[in-house]
Design a protein around this ligand. Sequence first.
Ligand SMILES: [Cu+2]
Length: 117
Amino acid sequence: MRILTFMTSTLLIVMAATAAEAHAFLDHAEPRVGSTVPTAPREVSLSFTQNLEPAFSSVEVKDASGTRVDLGKPSISASVMRVGLKPLPPGTYRVRWQVLSVDTHTTEGSFTFRVGQ
Ligand SMILES: [Cu+2]
C-alpha cells in the first residue's frame, strides 16, 4: 500500500511538471523557420501554443549585419504575433521573439529565414 501511495504521488508530480511545461512555444511561423522564400515577405507572423500578453511580448527581425528591419511594434491577437517588415533585399534574417503567455511564463527563441535563392 505504501509503495502504491508513493507511485501515485510520483505520477502526480510528473503530471504537474508536464502541465507547467505548457508555456507559449512557437507553433509555427511565416516565413517558416529556416526556410528560403523567393520574394521578400511584408511581415513575419508567429503562432504560439498559448495566448499572449500583448504588453509583455515582442519580436525583432534583424539582417545579417544586425540592423533591424522590422517596423517596430508588433500586433498581437490571441496566440498570434505579427510585425511588418521593411523591403528586404536578398539575404538571411534572424527573428528573435520573447513572449509572456497567459499562464505568466516567459519564453523566448529565435530562428532565421532567407530571402532569395
Ligand atoms: Cu507556462
